[in-house]
Design a protein around this ligand. Structure first.
Ligand SMILES: *Cc1c(COP(=O)(O)O)cnc(C)c1O
Length: 415
């Protein structure tokens, strides 16, 4: 038998080590649709409870929106369930091209290509576009999928300190001799909720003849005055050469992603990007749903405006209660606890109070920066936020951290 006790032991001891370090991730089973109010089984086998969800990427509250669900049903009825093919063989429907055109219009770019996910978009785009004569210069905190994508590409790789444009400029000078330079950022960074300084970065790219890449997964649909993304917020629409984003967050939350940008780059992806060539694209039912999402967002800014108001209300409430937050204005609102065990205990106590929010700690965030990452949604009503604030105050009081500074929390709980 190949899967011998010895082999089993190799994996068993690695899993034990993850458990011993307190880093084992336990999934919670949701018995309802994704929304502000959900029904959760946790731990496995426990009674199902009604809780308020404040940790979803459902920023616009569209994951279970009736119009989106209806459009998805219609797509299922008219275009079937599956394509049983990659795009270039017989896997392209009219609605796939429609979605590409709609994204191009929404993002203000030249063309768009769909991918099975944004992870796949990031896995494919660098290798399709760059060679060993080129350099990728990335912010040190870019998303894991970008890091994996860069690993698959033969171009040289360098980094700049997070959001540090002076350091980026030095790196651009250092790599002046390369055929092509690509500066790589997340639009909004998911752990701290801070936005890239795209106005300054775009200026540097122009000065040093570099291309600009932004992964706007945590921004598309709601950041900027009309929700186009970080490029709109920073006043650089039309100046970002490559945008990747996901349909798995604000834009309906199902799945799928895309590369949008300069038409030659999109065409290179269509010819060469491996996740595009060798994996099925987005299922028709999801394409139909995302098309409806874009209609909703193009008709009115009501949902992103509500999200902005909810976020301001939430930040103000937590600040007044005496929590230490990461500064910012995006719907990602990290409540800093610093100590990993405190973050886990806090999350468990919140759950007891009917609030679902997860503790983040090393290796997801740096050591000593454990937190509860809350994410606000246009699907939240004020009474959801008030209930959640009550729970935070109660649990914060229990752990004796209300009104404490960062230093005082660390003195009390250690790192
Ligand atoms: C969520 C996320 C992704 C992955 O998106 P999928 O479509 O789920 O693969 C990629 N990049 C960033 C920055 C993300 O936040």
């Amino acid at each position: 038998m190949a899967y011998s006790d010895r082999v089993r032991g190799v994996f068993g001891s690695q899993l034990d080590e993850i458990r011993e370090k307190g880093l084992f991730k336990q999934e919670r089973f949701i018995h309802s649709a994704q929304a502000a109010d959900i029904e959760v089984e946790f731990p496995s086998g426990a009674d199902v409870r009604k809780v308020i969800n404040i940790c979803a990427n459902n920023y616009l509250g569209l994951s279970s929106h009736p119009d989106v669900v209806k459009a998805a049903h219609e797509g299922l009825d008219s275009r079937g369930y599956g394509m049983s093919s990659v795009r270039f063989i017989c896997g392209t429907q009219d609605i796939h091209r429609q979605l590409e055109n709609k994204m191009t219009e929404f993002l203000g770019t030249e063309d768009t290509i769909l991918f099975p996910s944004c992870m796949d978009a990031n896995a494919g785009v660098f290798e399709a576009v760059l060679t060993s004569d080129d350099v990728m210069i990335s912010d040190r905190l870019v998303h894991a999928s970008i890091i994996d994508g860069m690993r698959l590409c033969s171009a040289q790789h360098d980094t700049f300190k997070h959001s540090n444009v002076e350091h980026l400029e030095k790196k651009l000078q250092l790599h002046a001799d390369k055929r092509l330079k690509l500066v790589i950022n997340d639009g909004v960074y998911s752990m701290d909720g801070d936005a890239a300084r795209l106005d300054e970065i775009a200026e540097l790219c122009e000065k040093y003849d570099a291309m600009l890449f932004v992964d706007d997964s945590h921004a598309s649909g709601f950041i900027g005055k009309t929700g186009r993304g970080t490029h709109e917020k920073c006043g650089v629409m039309g100046k970002v050469d490559i945008i990747t984003t996901t349909f798995g967050k604000a834009l309906g939350g199902a799945s799928g992603g895309c590369v949008s940008g300069r038409k030659e780059i999109v065409e290179m992806c269509r010819q060469k990007a491996r996740p595009y060539l060798f994996s099925n694209t987005i299922a028709p039912v999801v394409v139909s749903g995302v098309l409806k999402v874009l209609d909703i967002l193009s008709a009115s800014t009501e949902r992103r405006d509500k999200l902005e108001a909810n976020t301001a209300y939430w930040r103000k409430g937590l600040t007044e209660a005496g929590f230490v937050l990461k500064e910012g204005d995006t719907p990602i609102v990290p409540v800093m606890l610093f100590n990993a065990k405190l973050a886990q205990d806090f999350s468990r106590d919140l759950y007891e109070e009917g609030i679902y929010a997860i503790g983040f700690f090393f290796p997801v965030v740096p050591n000593g920066q454990a937190r509860i990452r809350t994410q606000i949604s246009a699907g939240h009503e004020i009474n959801h936020l008030d209930k959640a604030l009550d729970a935070f105050r109660k649990v914060g009081k229990k752990h004796g951290i209300l009104g404490l500074s960062k230093g005082e929390i660390i003195d009390k709980y250690g790192l």
